[in-house]
Design a protein around this ligand. Structure first.
Ligand code: 8DG
Ligand code: MN
Ligand code: MN
Length: 376
């Protein structure tokens, strides 16, 4: 791109969709620190600083070397004064007093704790904080609160859900999803998306995209899947959201807009015997009667009509920063509108169709990035 900068012979674009960002992060110390600030700015709804530190963290993740002095970031996009100050502190003192202050801040700690419960967002956390609540025990004991069905499930399965999902557990969940879906529609395509598709070894949930080549067959699928899981007692929680998508609608202008596909946010009961950790089989010698032999795992299922599959796949693979920059690039560099459903060319006034992700990159004039290169 025209506004790329040239650093040590490497051209680095201000758009994450023009940078190959693998999971190998040479600057994790810095990016972890920036991401704590991003989170805190998110809690305080400071959009501008949120973006600034988010973009800086993402930029550092793509570098093929460790930054050891502030000079190393000279000429890089998104390295503003604030970012440089904190980078300098960490490189020179080993830590940043600003980051440390956030980590010790009572508001940050409480909101971080409350939002760690499935179903609890910023608004609820803020309310609880303003009521003087500080711990999950205080929330649970408070008789004046009415929890949503989602939040009740969040507290009930808290310990399982807070521990991250391993790749082996994601594979076990994939087996369950595929078994059930293929029993109903053998032609259905079930794709693991989200962080695991980007090659991550752990995640906070497991994301799936389901489509059926041909037409219209997918509409009843999720209902049938849910019915089967209910009889198998595998569903600990679910929220089914029906599609609100219209084919004629232009792609959304909002970068973080949710999509309109039919989807199900669920908590699945995954039995440990289904999880193949690769290491020795867990000893059952000490297993007692009451030992829980399953783990609650968060699963997102999204169903798309076949002609929208590539767009949905691109949108649900992430990372969030990659998605943001992809849409920003489409809008500002190509006068196009991209979202999880479609790509619209505003100059030609037409929708550009795509059978796979490669075709979307190509429409946008971008070099193709593999899923594992989208860890921006
Ligand atoms: P993680 O689960 O390991 O924490 O990471 P992740 O897999 O990258 O994050 P995610 O929260 O599961 O989201 C996966 C991608 O899906 C992400 O790029 C954003 C995208 N996404 C949508 N719509 C929605 C939505 O309605 N909710 C969520 N949570 N993510 C969505 O396109
Ligand atoms: Mn995920
Ligand atoms: Mn998800």
């Amino acid at each position: 791109a025209a506004n790329s900068l040239n650093i040590g012979g490497i051209r680095i674009s201000p758009y994450a969709c023009q940078r190959r960002t693998t999971l190998k992060n040479y600057n994790q110390k810095l990016t972890d620190a920036f991401e704590i600030l991003v989170e805190n700015y998110e809690f305080n709804e400071n959009k501008e600083f949120c973006l600034a530190f988010g973009r800086a963290a993402s930029m550092l993740k793509c570098l093929p070397f460790t930054v050891v002095q502030v000079n190393d970031t000279e000429g890089l996009p998104w390295m503003g004064e604030q970012v440089k100050e904190i980078t300098e502190d960490i490189l020179e003192e080993g830590e940043s007093s600003k980051v440390k202050a956030v980590l010790n801040d009572e508001n940050y700690r409480s909101i971080k704790l409350f939002t760690s419960v499935f179903g609890v967002g910023l608004k609820t956390s803020d309310k609880w904080y303003k009521m003087g609540l500080r711990t999950l025990e205080e929330v649970k004991c408070n008789k004046n609160l009415t929890l949503t069905r989602m939040q009740k499930a969040g507290f009930l399965y808290y310990d399982d859900l807070i521990s991250s999902v391993s790749k082996a557990e994601a594979d076990a969940a994939t087996q369950i999803v595929q078994d059930t879906v293929w029993k109903i529609l053998p032609d259905a395509v079930v794709t693991l998306t989200g962080g695991f598709r980007r090659g991550k070894q752990a995640g906070h949930d497991v994301d799936f995209l389901i489509t059926v080549p041909g037409s219209r067959q997918e509409e009843e699928l999720l209902h049938t899947v849910i019915d089967i899981w209910k009889t198998q007692e595998l569903l600990l929680y679910y929220d089914l959201i029906e599609s609100t998508f219209e084919n004629t609608k232009l792609p959304s202008r909002k970068v973080d807009a949710l999509d309109h596909f039919q989807k199900c946010f669920a908590i699945l009961k995954v039995h440990k015997e289904r999880v193949n950790e690769g290491s020795a089989v867990q000893s059952k010698v000490f297993a007692e009667e009451e030992t829980k032999d399953w783990k609650a795992i968060r699963v997102d299922l999204v169903v798309t009509p076949f002609q929208h599959y590539a767009f949905a796949l691109l949108g649900w693979t992430g990372s969030r920063q990659f998605e943001r920059d992809l849409r920003r690039y489409a809008t500002h560099e190509k006068k196009m509108m991209l979202d999880n459903h479609a790509l619209y060319d505003k100059t030609k006034k037409i929708f550009l169709s795509a059978a796979n992700e490669e075709e979307i990159f190509s429409h946008l004039g971008l070099d193709y990035l593999e899923p594992w290169e989208r860890n921006a």
